[in-house]
Design a protein around this ligand. Structure first.
Ligand code: MN
Length: 486
């Protein structure tokens, strides 16, 4: 075995995978990057296309200020340098769904420069991944091939939609790190509100650059796996591609720099085209657009308005609520679960709230295959349930039963407790009567308990059984100790 857990063993020794990712994130904005056309997902084909998006002659692009601000917010959230002056370039290529014949992008002078984020790994360690740059660019339209036997159609709804391309440094060394990186970027974008992060709708997709090398050697030739649209596929694509490259090299071959596609059904990557060099795109500054200049005051204002981001929230949960770093990490990783937790914990015992949210609640959602947005139990209802535990109306054990019914029916906990008569028995007389009955019926156990105080546990069990689990456990323990003379 090798000391480095990330090394892969081939037939001729160990190999290291090196990865960098380019993430295309759709800017959350009501209008496109250079036109006023709407950007709603799922609209009728070609219903959201302005003359600019269709590239009719003489049309001029006008920058959407909100998209610029979203890019700045994102740059700040990635701990990156904001460039007060950036330049839009034309990236020239032909494609049927690109009517301009070029994409407006940023090449030499992007709006955001270097930054860094932290990713949490399963073994509890934290790794830093460098951000190379973030630039703004237009999305292309979509070719539709499956609606006519002999024709293809073009849908320009996406044409001109604002994208942020976030380029990482080649800092990742295994599939888990690449997946954790994408999850972290998605989480930051969602907290910032700059991208909805819905990978299934194409709002966030990753190009994964993979190469392999012998440990300590220079970087190998990379292949780019284009447009991978789920975290699971990213893992599968990397595992397959790294193994493929190792096999080629060990057979004495060499890697061609190329663009590949991941086929989720076959679980393999396939060659799509040999990679163009940047000069093939004939980048040049777009003569229709002045350099983009923003003021430091705007950057300062946006920085002051930033929401609390996942890393800060995690640190605060550990500090203020005494949660373990693990629990805190689970809670903050998705904004929706964090919002839910904060609503449940508000004014209550946060540790108890965290146990319920990460335990019973997430467990039930998982089992039912539901997202938090479609949970049958609201944060208010779960909070009410915790109140019933805290004020001794029900025990923690009964609360789990109540929760199951809540999850099935969507009913309020108070109603369920009332209807099913689940209130805890705190009436000492009733508990005492139950204890007396059990003691009278089991003189042998009483004798044993006097010798071995651990036997008292058996009596607790019997009292709980005879009260249907509703006796207040604290009162039961106190009364039993007295009666048994322990
Ligand atoms: Mn791009």
């Amino acid at each position: 075995m090798s000391e480095n857990k990330n090394l892969i063993e081939g037939a001729t020794g160990f190999w290291e995978i090196v990865m960098g990712l380019e993430i295309h994130a759709q800017v959350a904005s009501n209008a496109k990057l250079f036109s006023g056309a709407p950007t709603e997902f799922g609209a009728e084909q070609n219903s959201q296309v302005s003359l600019v998006d269709a590239a009719l002659p003489g049309m001029l692009p006008v920058i959407n200020e909100e998209c610029v601000q979203q890019a700045v917010r994102t740059g700040l959230g990635l701990g990156a340098e904001i460039h007060l002056r950036s330049v839009f370039d034309r990236k020239n290529y032909f494609y049927p769904d690109l009517p301009q014949g070029y994409q407006i992008s940023q090449f030499k002078d992007p709006i955001v420069g270097e930054g860094e984020i932290e990713i949490d790994l399963k073994d509890g360690s934290v790794k830093r991944v460098g951000i190379e740059r973030l630039h703004l660019e237009q999305d292309a339209g979509k070719s539709v091939h499956d609606q006519h036997p002999s024709m293809s159609f073009v849908d320009l709804n996406r044409s001109g939609v604002a994208l942020m391309e976030i380029v990482s440094k080649p800092d990742m060394r295994c599939a888990e790190e690449a997946q954790a990186y994408v999850k972290k970027i998605r989480s930051i974008l969602r907290y910032l509100g700059t991208c909805d992060g819905n990978m299934e709708e194409g709002s966030l997709r990753a190009d994964v650059n993979v190469s392999v090398r012998r440990p300590g050697e220079d970087l190998g030739t990379r292949c780019e796996i284009k447009n991978v649209n789920s975290i699971r596929f990213i893992g599968q694509a990397i595992e397959y591609e790294a193994r493929r490259q190792i096999d080629v090299l060990e057979d004495g071959g060499s890697i061609d720099q190329e663009t590949r596609l991941f086929d989720p059904r076959a679980g393999e990557t396939r060659s799509m085209r040999s990679k163009e060099e940047a000069h093939d795109y004939r980048y040049f500054p777009d003569p229709d657009l002045l350099p983009l200049v923003i003021k430091q005051e705007l950057v300062d204002k946006l920085r002051a308005e930033l929401p609390e981001l996942p890393d800060e929230k995690k640190a605060r949960f550990v500090r203020e609520y005494s949660l373990s770093p693990y629990d805190a990490g689970v809670l903050v990783s998705e904004k929706a679960s964090c919002d839910f937790f904060e609503a449940v914990a508000d004014g209550r015992d946060a540790k108890l709230a965290a146990n319920w949210v990460t335990g019973e609640f997430f467990g039930a959602l998982n089992k039912a295959g539901l997202q938090i947005e479609s949970s049958p139990v609201s944060a208010k209802q779960l909070g009410d349930l915790i109140n019933l535990i805290s004020d001794d109306t029900i025990s923690g054990r009964i609360a789990k039963e109540v929760f199951e019914i809540m999850f099935e029916t969507g009913d309020d906990p108070a109603k369920i407790v009332e209807e099913k008569g689940l209130q805890q028995v705190t009436d000492l007389g009733a508990i005492e009567a139950a204890i007396d009955e059990i003691i009278a019926a089991n003189p042998d156990k009483v004798a044993q308990a006097k010798e071995k105080p651990k036997m008292a546990g058996w009596f607790v069990g019997q009292v709980m059984k005879s009260t249907g689990g509703k006796a207040n456990p604290k009162s039961v323990n106190e009364l039993l100790a007295k009666k048994l003379g322990l």
